[in-house]
Design a protein around this ligand. Structure first.
Ligand code: PEP
Length: 249
Protein backbone atom coordinates (compact mmCIF):
# COMPACT_ATOMS: atom_id res chain seq x y z
CA UNK A 1 0.00 0.00 0.00
CA UNK A 2 1.58 3.26 -1.11
CA UNK A 3 1.08 6.53 0.73
CA UNK A 4 0.87 9.26 -1.85
CA UNK A 5 1.10 12.94 -0.84
CA UNK A 6 -1.68 15.06 -2.24
CA UNK A 7 -0.67 17.44 -5.03
CA UNK A 8 -2.75 20.54 -5.79
CA UNK A 9 -1.60 22.20 -9.01
CA UNK A 10 -3.03 25.41 -10.47
CA UNK A 11 -3.21 25.93 -14.21
CA UNK A 12 -3.56 29.63 -14.98
CA UNK A 13 -3.98 28.94 -18.72
CA UNK A 14 -3.74 32.18 -20.76
CA UNK A 15 -4.57 34.32 -17.75
CA UNK A 16 -2.50 36.36 -15.38
CA UNK A 17 -0.25 39.35 -15.36
CA UNK A 18 2.55 40.68 -13.19
CA UNK A 19 -0.11 42.01 -10.84
CA UNK A 20 -1.60 38.52 -10.49
CA UNK A 21 1.67 37.28 -8.99
CA UNK A 22 0.58 38.92 -5.73
CA UNK A 23 -1.73 35.89 -5.34
CA UNK A 24 1.33 33.69 -4.83
CA UNK A 25 2.08 35.13 -1.38
CA UNK A 26 -1.06 33.86 0.37
CA UNK A 27 -1.01 30.64 -1.67
CA UNK A 28 2.55 29.96 -0.48
CA UNK A 29 1.55 30.74 3.11
CA UNK A 30 -1.31 28.23 2.86
CA UNK A 31 1.02 25.67 1.31
CA UNK A 32 3.46 26.02 4.21
CA UNK A 33 0.61 25.47 6.66
CA UNK A 34 -0.68 22.44 4.72
CA UNK A 35 1.64 19.71 5.91
CA UNK A 36 1.66 16.74 3.61
CA UNK A 37 0.41 18.60 0.53
CA UNK A 38 2.48 19.63 -2.48
CA UNK A 39 1.33 22.85 -4.13
CA UNK A 40 2.22 24.12 -7.58
CA UNK A 41 1.14 26.94 -9.88
CA UNK A 42 1.60 26.95 -13.65
CA UNK A 43 1.37 30.50 -15.03
CA UNK A 44 1.90 31.46 -18.69
CA UNK A 45 5.50 31.17 -19.96
CA UNK A 46 6.09 34.92 -19.65
CA UNK A 47 5.50 34.89 -15.91
CA UNK A 48 7.50 31.78 -14.96
CA UNK A 49 10.77 33.47 -13.95
CA UNK A 50 8.94 36.22 -12.10
CA UNK A 51 6.76 33.67 -10.35
CA UNK A 52 9.80 31.61 -9.32
CA UNK A 53 11.22 34.69 -7.62
CA UNK A 54 8.01 35.06 -5.60
CA UNK A 55 7.12 31.39 -5.14
CA UNK A 56 7.84 31.21 -1.41
CA UNK A 57 8.26 27.45 -1.49
CA UNK A 58 5.56 26.41 -3.93
CA UNK A 59 6.64 24.82 -7.20
CA UNK A 60 6.25 26.86 -10.36
CA UNK A 61 5.56 25.05 -13.61
CA UNK A 62 4.64 25.50 -17.25
CA UNK A 63 1.58 24.49 -19.25
CA UNK A 64 3.38 22.89 -22.19
CA UNK A 65 6.78 22.21 -23.74
CA UNK A 66 8.03 21.02 -27.12
CA UNK A 67 9.32 17.49 -27.62
CA UNK A 68 12.56 18.71 -29.21
CA UNK A 69 15.48 20.23 -27.33
CA UNK A 70 15.86 23.12 -29.76
CA UNK A 71 15.36 23.94 -33.43
CA UNK A 72 13.04 25.56 -35.95
CA UNK A 73 9.81 25.47 -33.92
CA UNK A 74 8.59 29.05 -33.93
CA UNK A 75 6.63 30.01 -30.87
CA UNK A 76 7.50 26.90 -28.90
CA UNK A 77 9.49 26.46 -25.69
CA UNK A 78 11.69 23.49 -24.81
CA UNK A 79 11.85 21.59 -21.54
CA UNK A 80 15.44 22.77 -21.05
CA UNK A 81 14.33 26.40 -21.37
CA UNK A 82 11.70 25.81 -18.69
CA UNK A 83 14.30 24.32 -16.36
CA UNK A 84 16.53 27.33 -16.97
CA UNK A 85 13.61 29.63 -16.10
CA UNK A 86 13.23 27.81 -12.78
CA UNK A 87 10.22 25.62 -13.59
CA UNK A 88 9.95 22.39 -11.63
CA UNK A 89 7.05 20.86 -13.50
CA UNK A 90 5.13 20.95 -16.75
CA UNK A 91 1.63 19.99 -17.88
CA UNK A 92 1.45 18.02 -21.14
CA UNK A 93 -1.54 16.82 -23.13
CA UNK A 94 -4.07 19.24 -21.67
CA UNK A 95 -7.35 18.79 -23.53
CA UNK A 96 -7.29 22.42 -24.65
CA UNK A 97 -3.97 21.79 -26.40
CA UNK A 98 -5.13 18.44 -27.75
CA UNK A 99 -8.09 20.33 -29.28
CA UNK A 100 -6.65 23.76 -30.19
CA UNK A 101 -3.23 22.55 -31.37
CA UNK A 102 -4.41 19.13 -32.61
CA UNK A 103 -1.94 17.36 -30.36
CA UNK A 104 -2.09 13.59 -30.85
CA UNK A 105 -1.23 11.00 -28.22
CA UNK A 106 2.09 10.46 -29.98
CA UNK A 107 2.93 14.16 -29.75
CA UNK A 108 1.96 14.22 -26.07
CA UNK A 109 4.13 11.18 -25.44
CA UNK A 110 7.11 12.87 -27.09
CA UNK A 111 6.67 15.90 -24.85
CA UNK A 112 6.43 13.74 -21.74
CA UNK A 113 9.61 11.82 -22.65
CA UNK A 114 11.54 15.07 -23.13
CA UNK A 115 10.14 16.75 -20.02
CA UNK A 116 10.96 13.80 -17.77
CA UNK A 117 14.45 13.53 -19.20
CA UNK A 118 14.95 17.24 -18.44
CA UNK A 119 14.06 16.56 -14.82
CA UNK A 120 10.62 18.17 -14.86
CA UNK A 121 7.80 16.64 -12.87
CA UNK A 122 5.35 15.94 -15.69
CA UNK A 123 1.57 16.09 -15.34
CA UNK A 124 0.09 14.20 -18.28
CA UNK A 125 -3.62 14.85 -18.89
CA UNK A 126 -6.22 12.43 -20.20
CA UNK A 127 -9.99 12.59 -20.31
CA UNK A 128 -13.06 11.84 -22.36
CA UNK A 129 -15.43 14.23 -24.13
CA UNK A 130 -19.10 14.37 -23.26
CA UNK A 131 -20.26 12.19 -26.16
CA UNK A 132 -17.94 9.41 -25.00
CA UNK A 133 -19.28 9.58 -21.45
CA UNK A 134 -22.87 9.50 -22.70
CA UNK A 135 -22.03 6.55 -24.95
CA UNK A 136 -20.38 4.73 -22.03
CA UNK A 137 -17.00 4.56 -23.78
CA UNK A 138 -15.23 6.93 -21.35
CA UNK A 139 -13.03 4.27 -19.72
CA UNK A 140 -12.09 2.83 -23.10
CA UNK A 141 -11.12 6.30 -24.34
CA UNK A 142 -8.95 7.10 -21.34
CA UNK A 143 -7.26 3.70 -21.49
CA UNK A 144 -6.46 4.33 -25.17
CA UNK A 145 -4.95 7.71 -24.31
CA UNK A 146 -2.87 6.17 -21.52
CA UNK A 147 -1.70 3.35 -23.76
CA UNK A 148 -0.55 5.77 -26.45
CA UNK A 149 0.59 8.87 -24.58
CA UNK A 150 2.26 7.62 -21.41
CA UNK A 151 6.01 7.24 -21.80
CA UNK A 152 8.07 4.37 -20.45
CA UNK A 153 9.57 5.36 -17.13
CA UNK A 154 13.27 5.53 -16.46
CA UNK A 155 13.08 7.20 -13.07
CA UNK A 156 14.44 10.59 -14.22
CA UNK A 157 11.60 12.66 -12.77
CA UNK A 158 8.10 12.13 -11.45
CA UNK A 159 5.22 11.36 -13.77
CA UNK A 160 1.76 12.41 -12.59
CA UNK A 161 -1.47 11.56 -14.43
CA UNK A 162 -4.36 14.03 -14.43
CA UNK A 163 -7.82 12.72 -15.24
CA UNK A 164 -9.73 15.67 -16.65
CA UNK A 165 -13.11 14.89 -18.20
CA UNK A 166 -13.34 17.47 -20.97
CA UNK A 167 -17.01 18.16 -20.25
CA UNK A 168 -16.09 19.25 -16.73
CA UNK A 169 -13.31 21.69 -17.63
CA UNK A 170 -14.34 25.29 -17.12
CA UNK A 171 -18.02 24.36 -17.21
CA UNK A 172 -18.85 24.32 -13.50
CA UNK A 173 -19.85 20.66 -13.91
CA UNK A 174 -17.81 18.16 -11.94
CA UNK A 175 -17.49 14.41 -12.03
CA UNK A 176 -19.35 12.85 -9.12
CA UNK A 177 -17.27 11.03 -6.52
CA UNK A 178 -18.54 7.76 -8.05
CA UNK A 179 -17.38 8.86 -11.51
CA UNK A 180 -13.97 9.75 -10.08
CA UNK A 181 -13.65 6.50 -8.14
CA UNK A 182 -14.48 4.48 -11.26
CA UNK A 183 -12.05 6.28 -13.57
CA UNK A 184 -9.20 6.70 -11.11
CA UNK A 185 -9.49 2.99 -10.33
CA UNK A 186 -9.27 2.15 -14.03
CA UNK A 187 -6.22 4.40 -14.39
CA UNK A 188 -4.56 2.86 -11.32
CA UNK A 189 -5.08 -0.65 -12.71
CA UNK A 190 -3.46 0.41 -15.97
CA UNK A 191 -0.49 1.97 -14.15
CA UNK A 192 0.03 -1.13 -12.00
CA UNK A 193 -0.24 -3.47 -14.98
CA UNK A 194 2.20 -1.39 -16.96
CA UNK A 195 4.74 -0.22 -14.38
CA UNK A 196 4.37 -2.75 -11.56
CA UNK A 197 5.02 -1.39 -8.09
CA UNK A 198 6.01 2.01 -9.53
CA UNK A 199 2.46 2.30 -10.86
CA UNK A 200 1.24 2.35 -7.27
CA UNK A 201 3.35 5.42 -6.54
CA UNK A 202 2.18 7.53 -9.49
CA UNK A 203 -0.19 10.26 -8.36
CA UNK A 204 -3.51 10.60 -10.18
CA UNK A 205 -5.06 14.06 -10.03
CA UNK A 206 -8.66 14.94 -10.78
CA UNK A 207 -9.31 18.07 -12.84
CA UNK A 208 -12.56 19.71 -13.93
CA UNK A 209 -14.24 22.58 -12.09
CA UNK A 210 -12.68 21.74 -8.74
CA UNK A 211 -13.55 24.40 -6.18
CA UNK A 212 -13.86 25.01 -2.46
CA UNK A 213 -17.25 23.29 -2.34
CA UNK A 214 -16.45 20.03 -4.08
CA UNK A 215 -12.75 19.49 -3.29
CA UNK A 216 -13.16 17.62 0.00
CA UNK A 217 -15.57 15.06 -1.49
CA UNK A 218 -13.23 14.44 -4.43
CA UNK A 219 -10.12 14.17 -2.23
CA UNK A 220 -11.90 11.53 -0.14
CA UNK A 221 -12.16 9.22 -3.18
CA UNK A 222 -9.85 6.26 -3.61
CA UNK A 223 -6.95 7.03 -5.93
CA UNK A 224 -7.69 10.76 -6.10
CA UNK A 225 -4.26 12.06 -5.13
CA UNK A 226 -4.93 15.74 -5.62
CA UNK A 227 -6.30 18.14 -8.19
CA UNK A 228 -5.40 20.07 -11.29
CA UNK A 229 -7.29 23.32 -10.92
CA UNK A 230 -7.99 25.90 -13.62
CA UNK A 231 -10.37 28.76 -12.86
CA UNK A 232 -10.21 28.39 -9.10
CA UNK A 233 -6.41 28.69 -9.09
CA UNK A 234 -6.43 32.29 -10.34
CA UNK A 235 -6.95 33.83 -6.92
CA UNK A 236 -5.69 32.87 -3.50
CA UNK A 237 -9.22 33.32 -2.20
CA UNK A 238 -10.48 30.48 -4.40
CA UNK A 239 -7.34 28.30 -4.40
CA UNK A 240 -6.38 28.28 -0.73
CA UNK A 241 -9.55 26.42 0.43
CA UNK A 242 -8.71 23.65 -2.05
CA UNK A 243 -5.19 23.36 -0.61
CA UNK A 244 -6.71 23.28 2.87
CA UNK A 245 -9.18 20.58 1.86
CA UNK A 246 -6.27 18.49 0.59
CA UNK A 247 -4.47 18.93 3.91
CA UNK A 248 -7.52 17.71 5.82
CA UNK A 249 -8.13 14.69 3.58
C1 PEP B 1 -7.95 22.68 -16.24
O1 PEP B 1 -7.89 23.47 -17.15
O2 PEP B 1 -7.02 21.88 -16.08
C2 PEP B 1 -9.11 22.72 -15.38
C3 PEP B 1 -9.33 21.69 -14.62
O3 PEP B 1 -9.89 23.84 -15.44
P1 PEP B 1 -11.14 24.19 -14.48
O4 PEP B 1 -10.72 23.89 -13.07
O5 PEP B 1 -11.39 25.65 -14.70
O6 PEP B 1 -12.28 23.34 -14.92
Amino acid sequence: MHVRRKLVAGNWKMNGSRAALAELGPIAAAARAAAGVDVAVCPPFTLISLAVARAGGIAIGAQDCHAAASGPHTGNVSAGMLVEAGAKLVIVGHSERRADQCESDAVVRGKAVTALAAGLQTILCVGEVEEERVAGTHCEKVLYQLEHSLPELGGEAELVVAYEPVWAIGTGRTATPDDAIEMHGVIREHLLARFGDTGGRIRILYGGSVNASNAAALFACDNVDGALVGGASLTAEAFVPIVEAAAKS
